[in-house]
Design a protein around this ligand. Structure first.
Ligand code: SAM
Length: 258
C-alpha cells in the first residue's frame, strides 16, 4: 500500500522538528507562548525538552545579556544540534538531562516552557513536580501540548478517520490527551493555572498535513495494528490525496504559576 503523493520514509527527527518550526502556525503559537512567559531582562528561563534548540534564541533575546537560558533534553543528537546552534550565545547553556529528575537547584528559575514534550514523557506528574520544584515561588511555566483526540480528518466515511485518530491516540503518542489534562495535573502538584488557550491548526493542503501527520506511514501502521483494513485504507488515502482536504488538531497553551 503506497501513495506517490504522500511521504513514505520516516523523516530524520531533527529535520522533522525544523520543518515544523518553520511553518506559520508553529511560529504563531510559539510567539504566543513567549508572550505568556513574560520574560524580563536578567531572568533565568528553562526550555525543557528543547530539542535542537528551536526556541533558545528567542529566549536569549528576551533575557538579554544579563540573563540565563538553560535548554534541557535527554536526546544526545538534539542536544548536539542545540549546542552548535547556540554556540554564539553566551547566555545559553544546554544540558543532557531527564525531565523526571532535573539537575537544577530548587527555586533556580523564573520561567520555564515545554513545547510538545509532556505528550512524550513516561510520567507527566513527576515531570510537573520537578518543574514546580525548580521554579521560584511566583515563577511561570508555559506549556504548549496537543490533544490528539481532537484530530479530525474530513472524509465521507467518518468511521475511517476516527479509526486513524484512534490509532494515533492509542499507539503513536504516549500521553495523547495531555493538552486537556494539564490544568488538572498542574493544579495537582501545586501550580495555579490562570490561563488556558486553545490553538487549533486547520490544514487544508494534503501534502502539508502529510508532512506533519505522516498520513501514509501511520495509515500503514494502523493497518498492521488492525485499526483499519487494507481494503479501506487505500481508498481512504486516495480520497485524501485527490479531494479538497481538511484536517484539524488542537494544541493547548497552558500557563501555570508556582
Ligand atoms: C516534539 S520534540 C519538541 C522539541 C522542541 N521543544 C520544539 O518545540 O521544537 C520533543 C522533545 O522532548 C524531548 N524529551 C522527551 N521526553 C523527555 C524527557 N523525559 N526528558 C528530557 N527531554 C525529553 C525529546 O528528546 C525531544 O527533543
Amino acid at each position: 500500500m503506497t501513495s506517490s503523493a504522500f511521504e513514505t520514509a520516516t523523516p530524520d527527527p531533527i529535520g522533522y522538528l525544523d520543518r515544523l518550526a518553520a511553518t506559520d502556525l508553529a511560529r504563531s503559537y510559539k510567539a504566543r507562548m513567549l508572550d505568556e512567559l513574560d520574560v524580563r531582562p536578567g531572568q533565568t528561563v528553562l526550555d525543557l525538552g528543547c530539542g535542537p534548540g528551536t526556541d533558545l534564541g528567542s529566549l536569549a533575546e528576551a533575557v538579554t545579556a544579563t540573563g540565563t537560558v538553560i535548554g534541557i533534553d535527554h536526546d544526545q543528537a538534539a542536544l548536539r544540534a542545540a549546542t552548535e546552534r547556540t554556540a554564539h550565545q553566551p547566555t545559553v547553556t544546554v544540558q543532557l538531562a531527564d525531565l523526571h529528575d532535573l539537575p537544577l537547584a530548587d527555586g533556580l528559575a523564573d520561567g520555564a516552557r515545554t513545547d510538545r514534550v509532556l505528550q512524550h514523557v513516561a510520567d507527566p506528574v513527576q515531570a510537573l513536580r520537578e518543574i514546580h520544584r525548580v521554579l521560584r515561588p511566583g515563577g511561570r511555566l508555559v506549556m504548549g501540548e496537543p490533544d490528539w483526540e481532537t484530530l479530525t480528518i474530513d472524509h465521507p466515511d467518518g468511521e475511517l478517520s476516527r479509526a486513524y485518530t484512534r490509532y494515533v491516540t492509542d499507539q503513536v503518542v504516549r500521553n495523547a490527551r495531555i493538552g486537556r489534562e494539564l490544568p488538572r495535573l498542574a493544579a495537582g502538584v501545586g501550580f495555579t493555572v490562570p490561563t488556558v488557550l486553545p490553538v487549533t491548526s486547520v490544514l487544508r493542503d494534503a501534502r502539508t498535513a502529510d508532512r506533519i501527520l505522516g498520513l501514509e506511514r501511520n495509515t500503514q501502521r494502523a493497518v498492521a495494528a488492525g485499526y483499519l483494513t487494507e481494503e479501506a485504507a487505500r481508498p481512504w488515502l486516495d480520497h485524501l490525496t485527490h479531494g479538497p482536504f481538511l484536517a484539524s488538531v488542537t494544541l493547548y497553551v497552558v500557563v501555570a504559576e508556582s
